[in-house]
Each structure stands twice: as C-alpha cells, then as structure tokens.
Design a protein around this ligand. Structure first.
Ligand code: GDP
Length: 345
C-alpha cells in the first residue's frame, strides 16, 4: 500500500499506475481504505474542478464506445486541442455479467493506447448508488491528475442516467434513427437531463432518416430541457464509424459548457450537485450506523417483518428503529470507534 504522500505525489504527477491505484482506493469499501481515500481527496481538492465533465448515455449498440474512441482520439490530437481525456464507465449491468465493460480496451483500442487518454472500466460489485458515488470521487482524482476532459459513459437505464447527469456538466445522448426510436428518446425523465443529442450511424444511406430524427429530437429537447443560462439544447447527426459530424457534436458540448461558465450556471450546477452528494453521504453513513448497531439492525429486521405481515404501522416502526439506534450510540459513548468513514469532499 502506498502512503498518502506517495498517492498524492503520483496522482499530481499524472502517473497512470498510481492514478489507477488511487481510484481502486477510492472504490474500496474497507474502512481503512476509505479513511485514506478521504484524506487523499481532501489534499487533491484544490487541483479539481477544471475539466469539462461530460455524461454520455445511449442504449447498448447505439455506438457509444465507437463514438468515445473517435471523439477521444480527436480531443487528444493537436488539432482537437491536445486535451487529456479520462473515460469512466458506470454500468449497472456489469454486476450481473461480471463486467460487460471489460471489453473496453478492445472496444476502444486506439484510445486505450493513447498516452493522453486514461480508460477506467466500471467497478464491479456494489449497488448502483455505490458505483455512482465512487464515480464522483473518481472524476475528482482524474482532474487532479491533469485530465481536462472527463467522459462518463453509462447505459440507457433510468437510474444510472440520472446518477451520471447528477455529476457531470453536459449530458450527451447517443441515439439512433429508426423504428421504435421515439420510444427510446421520449422517456421524458431521461430527456430532461439531456443537453446534446448525437443521432449516430448517419452513414451508408441512413443520412436523411437520421436528419429527420435529429430535427424531431431537437424540437422535443427544446420543449423539455431548456434551462436558463445553459444555451439551447441541440441535436445533430454523426457517424462514429466515419467520423463525420463528430467534431460538431463536440462543438455542441463545448459550446454548452462555455455558455454555462459564462453565465455562472456551471458553478451553480456544481454546487447543487455537491449538495446532493452531501445528502447521499449522510444517508449512507446513517445506514452504516444502523448496520453497525446490533440493536438497530435487529429492530429494523423486526420492523420489516411486522410491517410485511400487517402487524404494525411503518411510522411507529421507524420510530422504534431510530430509538434503538440512539440507544446503541449512547451505549457506545464518546469512545465510539471510527464508523467506517467514507471519502470526504
Ligand atoms: P455501444 O454499445 O453503445 O457502446 O455501441 P458500440 O460502439 O459497441 O457499437 C455497436 C455496433 O455499432 C458496433 O458494431 C459498431 O461498429 C457499430 N457502429 C457504431 N457506430 C457506428 C456508426 O456510426 N455507423 C455504423 N454504420 N455503425 C456503427
């Protein structure tokens, strides 16, 4: 195990091996690792916040990884601004399949060999909430390591999309033109988060259909997703395969981001996101306290049974659980051990 100083120096120097280990530290659920991760994040905090954070969503097969490969290699090139690009994946399905994003290195073979890029597959195990929370922290660590573009990829599943939208500046949806497509996009809850749409696979004779779809999406977006200080949401076609339109998609993302910086909306949005992060951390620590308290977890188990069988009201049972927790905490007194600290902002 590296020391705090070694982690800090390695991340600051952009050492990719240390960066990888720092992310594993942040993802670890061991209380000792979490304590160290919290200290590391506190030290790195001054070097964070300077990247463009982009969420990327789309149903499997829409072409997200192909687009990320094209976009990423463009962004790291001199012409694309010589950016340093980090790619993170939030994939709830990886818990089930044992790592569906494991193929990332082959899916994004050019980008993963690019010295200016860093690809981190989805952490395996843990709840979606857990994965998403670590991703927030992972974004910060990547920023401290000098990555000025962070792309967070997620599959088209409602819960993970909201989670990723809640930790990025600009949310890009990769869509397809074609049958059943209106269903795919008009899930209102998802569209509300979307800032930029790329209608992909506009190639091989599919161009005009894609154009029509893009126009429809743009109209739909402007109805649900217009927010003050963020500029107008946009939809355009591209082909991740040929690269046509990919720069323009990035121009939309960047335009959106600079408009938000200019208007002050970016700061405001990140503060709001920090507020939700705080709420999540408090909730998580409370749950941890309950799990750690034998009395409270027994009370909760009992309460579940009683409510399931219709023997009790949830409100009264919730009170009992809280009372048991309070009693447990009081019994432990002032000398209570560290309750599994999680990383702090
Ligand atoms: P993901 O599941 O969203 O990451 O999708 P992938 O990037 O893995 O792409 C799924 C399939 O679509 C692959 O076979 C790609 O080669 C293909 N694909 C991706 N982008 C394009 C595109 O712009 N045009 C065409 N014709 N095929 C594409």
């Amino acid at each position: 195990m590296l020391t705090l100083e070694q982690f800090e120096a390695g991340v600051r120097a952009g050492d990719r091996a240390v960066l990888g280990r720092a992310i594993s530290l942040v993802e670890s659920s061991s209380p000792a690792h979490q304590a160290l991760a919290g200290q590391l994040l506190a030290r790195l905090m001054p070097q964070t916040g300077l990247s463009i954070r982009v969420g990327i969503t789309g149903v499997p097969g829409a072409g997200k990884s192909t687009l990320i490969e094209k976009l990423g290699t463009y962004l790291t090139s001199e012409e694309g601004g010589a950016h340093r690009v980090a790619v993170l994946a939030v994939d709830p399905s990886s818990d089930v399949t044992g790592g569906s994003i494991l193929g990332d290195r082959t899916r994004m073979s050019k980008l993963s060999a690019d010295p200016r890029a860093f690809i981190r597959p989805s952490p395996s195990g843990g709840t979606l909430g857990g994965v998403a929370r670590r991703t927030r922290e992972t974004i910060l660590v990547c920023e401290a390591a000098g990555y000025d573009v962070v792309l967070v990829e997620t599959v088209g599943v409602g819960q993970s999309e909201s989670a990723v939208a809640g930790m990025t500046d600009v949310f890009l949806a990769v869509m397809l033109a074609g049958a059943g497509d209106d269903l795919q996009g008009i899930k209102r809850g998802i569209l509300e988060h979307v800032d930029v749409i790329a209608v992909n696979k506009a190639d091989g004779g599919n161009e005009s259909r894609a154009q029509i779809a893009a126009r429809e999406y743009e109209m739909a977006l402007r109805m649900v997703s217009a927010r003050a200080g963020e500029g107008k949401p946009t939809a355009r076609t591209c082909s991740a395969l040929t690269g046509a339109g990919v720069r323009e998609v990035w121009a939309d993302v960047e335009g959106r981001s600079s408009e938000m910086r200019r208007s002050g909306r970016l700061d405001e949005k990140r503060r709001e996101q920090n507020q939700s992060w705080l709420e999540e951390l408090v909730r998580e620590r409370l749950e941890h306290l309950i799990r750690e308290s034998a009395g409270a977890s027994a009370a909760l188990e009992e309460a579940r049974e009683r409510v399931r069988h219709g023997h009790a009201r949830p409100t009264a049972e919730a009170d009992r659980v809280i009372e048991a927790l309070k009693a447990g905490l009081a019994a432990r007194g002032a000398g209570a051990p560290d309750m599994g600290r999680v990383a702090q902002p």
